[in-house]
Design a protein around this ligand. Structure first.
Ligand code: ARG
Length: 459
């Protein structure tokens, strides 16, 4: 038989494959709660504007509450012949309350309905991401507090660059994740307009109150253009863009954990809770969780490119292509929330090894810049010349298999006669980090200020 929702002009049932390609209930059932909230707001508004009787609206309200509890207790029967979550809910409502159910769709289309449901879902995903990011920021902050003055190598090109502090390195991630949090908050603010009442695309001839439904659903206002309201998926794209950048940040941190936890680095030890063993190599403690956080980035970035690709050639207004927006957003949100939680767990348990960090901090002539700066300050050499002299000193030390601090003064003086005993004061890593007191720099006092600012901000 033909479809109960729109079967009036059809005489044949859809092909089985038509149903397979068309049905979205397998995934959009995740919008059930939002769909019911949207319908409740819509029904209440239809009653308030006199489009529905209070009696019908009340029957609808009660029926929807029953459906909500059926969904929450897992007794709701989802049917793919009914295509999507909207028709599944409406069909069940008709079973429960009969005729008034058929009045619910007055002044509404699935186009504004799905746009509303999905916006509500993505808005919640923004809130969840913000909370999860804050938990991670707190874990990073605790790491920074524990090791605000632990010296470690700072890298560029993954080559020894200049010594930094563990706290400074942790706080770099706090800043990065704070921007991610800001991006989710910005996206949320922009998406918080209500499409409901746009109907199919042109609005409706019924005297609806869009301000009322918008307010009931926690939106700041109704969307201003009904064509835009049903065509727009910017909100999902912005969510995915914010998620992509956040996932990339997580992946960079995960990569550092993978490197740092190797036997060759041993900067950190991941807890047993966040590592796995090997079935053949008894010594192994593999950083699987960090590797998977790194890998799940692919899902999030894939979702972002995928949805941009779905949207890029669509004429206004709604096209069925847009049904393909949901799965990838759900998948990205799942991957992001798991990754944020796993990273928070790893960072909460992580033990950095201050001795190993300190021992590595000076490797690779990491205080060469301090030496060059000393030549500028003590001997008034132009920096370019100081750089050249220091380069020669490094080459000499390297040829002798020594650190800069182990070069005898006489040998240094062969390269530049002005060098004095005082140069040795700047060659230690602790002195090096302590000297970098510029705003945002690695000196422990600056790092403690950064930590204090974030402690106050995060509460
Ligand atoms: N399941 C559809 C979607 O996700 C709902 C909207 C359907 N609208 C329509 N005109 N066929 O996009």
């Amino acid at each position: 038989t033909s479809n109960a929702m729109w079967g009036g002009r059809f005489s044949e049932a859809p092909d089985a494959l038509m149903e397979a390609i068309n049905a979205s209930i397998a995934f959009d059932r995740r919008l059930a709660r939002q769909d019911i909230a949207g319908s409740r707001a819509h029904a209440a508004m239809l009653a308030a504007t006199g489009i529905l009787t209070d009696r019908d609206a009340e029957a609808i309200r009660e029926g929807l509450l029953t459906i909500l509890s059926e969904i929450e207790t897992g007794t709701f029967r989802f049917d793919s012949a009914l295509e999507d979550i909207h028709m599944n809910v409406e069909a069940r409502l008709a079973e429960l309350i009969g005729e008034p159910a058929k009045r619910l769709h007055t002044a509404r289309s699935r186009n504004d309905q799905v746009a509303t449901d999905f916006r509500l879902w993505v808005r919640e995903a923004c809130d969840e991401a913000i909370a999860a990011i804050e938990a991670l920021m707190r874990a990073l902050l605790a790491q920074a507090e524990a090791g605000a003055d632990w010296v470690m190598p700072g890298f560029t090109h993954l080559q020894s660059a200049q010594p930094v502090t563990w706290g400074h390195h942790m706080m770099a991630y706090v800043e990065m994740f704070a921007r991610d949090r800001g991006r989710f908050a910005d996206a949320r603010r922009r998406m918080n307009e209500c499409p409901l009442g746009a109907a199919a695309l042109a609005g409706t001839s019924f005297p609806i109150d869009r301000d009322m439904t918008a307010a009931a659903l926690g939106f700041d206002r109704p969307m201003a253009n009904s064509i835009d309201a049903v065509s727009d998926r910017d909100f999902a794209l912005e969510y995915l863009a914010a998620a992509s950048i956040c996932a990339v940040h997580l992946s960079r941190l995960a990569e550092e954990l993978v490197i740092w936890s190797t036997a060759q680095f041993r900067f950190v030890r991941l807890s047993d809770r966040w590592t796995t063993g090997s079935s053949i190599m008894p010594q192994k403690r593999n950083p699987d969780a960090a590797e998977l956080v790194r890998a799940k980035t692919g899902r999030v970035l894939g979702a972002s490119v995928g949805l941009l690709t779905v949207m890029k050639g669509l004429p206004l207004a709604y096209s069925k292509d847009m049904q393909e927006d949901k799965e990838r957003v759900f998948d990205a949100a799942d991957a992001l929330s798991l990754s944020l939680a796993a990273m928070t767990g790893m960072m909460a348990d992580l033990r950095a090894d201050p001795e190993r960090l300190a021992a590595a901090a000076g490797a690779g002539f990491a205080t060469a810049t301090d030496l060059a700066d000393w030549l500028v300050r003590a001997l008034n050499l132009p920096f370019r010349e100081a750089h050249h002299v220091t380069g020669a000193l490094v080459a000499r030390a390297e040829a002798a298999g020594r650190d800069l601090a182990d070069l005898p003064l006489e040998e240094m003086q062969q390269i530049h006669p002005g060098i004095t005993e005082a140069v040795f004061d700047v060659l230690g890593v602790a002195q090096s980090v302590a000297s970098r007191r510029s705003y945002g720099g690695t000196a422990p006092e600056r790092v403690r200020e950064q930590i204090a600012r974030w402690r106050a901000a995060l509460g």
